[in-house]
Design a protein around this ligand. Structure first.
Ligand SMILES: NC(=O)c1ccc[n+]([C@@H]2O[C@H](COP(=O)([O-])OP(=O)(O)OC[C@H]3O[C@@H](n4cnc5c(N)ncnc54)[C@H](O)[C@@H]3O)[C@@H](O)[C@H]2O)c1
Length: 379
């Protein structure tokens, strides 16, 4: 049973974390991916996507997943480091891509770059992807569109991995199906909505379990729907993930999860969570996150009309100027904190908890790479 205090979303690491330079960290992660056979440019892109979690905030989907998720995927042959994605259909504004087991961290960014290029020509670009593996933080890939003044949309199902039960259902059917939208906001930080469609991703539950925190109510519940705050109960099969919207609004979260399943997986023909195979499940998580599907889209407002940039600046500026009910907590929109946190960490280093840093040091020893140095320590 875990103890100690609740953690808010995107909480900073505990006291005692070390700080590591962002460039050193991404160079190290790129070295690890290259050691596993990725071409250097792909390894570097995958590393930037991975480290985004630690840089900007959703650290449940950052470097902690290197040894837990991505290296096992590569070592078991479920991700192919040399995969050459294949274009199945190309209609100009819409493309269907078979990722052929490429690392999702890299291929989702490739897909967004292609969507941006098509949106530059057609006003909208859609790259529908199947045969992919885990993409990490959906928002990292969505943000690439913002660099081109466009709105980016990224959603992913979890292949055939089933983690969440439909409301009233006794077996798991869907993944945590992340959804992200990023948009330019003029001189303000970009809007970046980046979230699981369940109340929390499994990464956040397991992170709390590793760190010995209890969870706030509203993320897990037992078979009867009663709240569960012990994160260990999830992997012990005594608790299930709740949908966004809580008990009363759960059909909204469930509906969003299904929306992602349709757009990201049904459209490209990727592995589906809801499938007759799911019916034999024992009520807990089942299936594997192979053959994941993505929806990757870019929309170019400037291609459709003039003045969208000015309007965006006004929209997000008005939100920031909204009078707060509590002066200690000014009104912010999704992406604001991530932008400022990333800026601060680029300058002052990325905090990593001591156990995670020790894990990286051990990995460095095994791969013959140099562990990224702790800032302030002798090099
Ligand atoms: N690849 C996968 O299969 C998968 C599955 C699930 C989640 N994920 C990733 O996990 C990460 C974390 O997801 P999550 O659901 O825990 O996100 P979260 O709950 O930490 O945040 C969700 C959204 O709320 C916003 N937000 C939170 N607190 C805020 C505040 N105080 N002010 C303004 N905005 C605020 C954030 O900016 C974010 O857009 C995401 O990057 C997501 O893409 C990936």
């Amino acid at each position: 049973m875990s103890t100690t205090s609740h953690i808010p979303p995107q909480a900073p690491p505990d006291q005692g974390a070390v700080r590591v330079g962002h460039d050193d960290l991404t160079a190290f992660a790129a070295g690890v991916f290259a050691h596993r056979g990725l071409a250097p440019d792909r390894a570097a892109e995958a590393a930037r996507a991975l480290c985004h979690g630690d840089l900007a905030g959703p650290r449940s989907h950052g470097l902690a997943n290197l040894t837990r998720l991505y290296l096992p995927l590569l070592d078991e042959g479920r991700a192919d480091p040399a995969a050459e994605p294949r274009t199945v259909t190309d209609l100009g504004a819409a493309v269907l891509l078979d990722a052929r087991r490429a690392l999702g961290l890299w291929v989702a960014s490739e897909a967004m770059d292609r969507a941006v290029e098509r949106a530059g020509r057609h006003g909208v670009g859609l790259v529908s992807v199947r045969g992919a593996t885990h993409l990490g933080c959906a928002g990292y890939h969505a943000l690439r569109a913002v660099e081109h003044g466009m709105v980016g949309l990224v959603a992913s199902n979890c292949g055939r991995q089933r983690i969440a039960r439909p409301p009233g259902g006794a077996v798991t059917m869907l993944g945590t199906n992340p959804l992200s939208v990023a948009a330019p906001a003029g001189q303000h930080p970009p809007f970046l909505l980046d979230m699981s469609t369940t109340a929390a991703p499994t990464g956040r539950i397991r992170q709390a379990a590793r760190e010995g925190h209890t969870l706030p109510e509203g993320l897990l519940c037992d078979d009867l729907g009663a709240p569960v705050t012990d994160p260990d109960a999830f992997d012990a099969g005594r608790a299930h993930l709740m949908w966004l919207g809580g008990r009363e609004g759960r059909y909204k979260g469930f509906g969003l999860g299904l929306m992602v399943e349709v757009l990201a997986a049904l459209v490209p023909g990727a592995g589906l969570g809801p499938h007759p195979d799911a019916l034999t499940g024992d009520g807990g998580p089942s299936g594997r996150d192979d053959d994941i599907g993505f929806l990757v889209a870019a929309v170019a407002p400037d291609a459709l009309r003039e003045g969208a940039g000015e309007d965006a600046e006004e929209l997000f500026g008005a939100l920031l100027a909204c009078p707060p009910t509590d002066r200690a907590e000014p009104v912010r929109y999704p992406g604001w904190h991530e932008y400022h946190r990333a800026g601060e960490r680029r300058r002052g280093g990325v905090p990593l908890e001591a156990p995670l840093y020790a894990e990286l040091a051990e990995l460095a020893e095994r791969t013959g790479l140099r562990v990224p140095p702790v800032q302030g320590a002798p090099r």
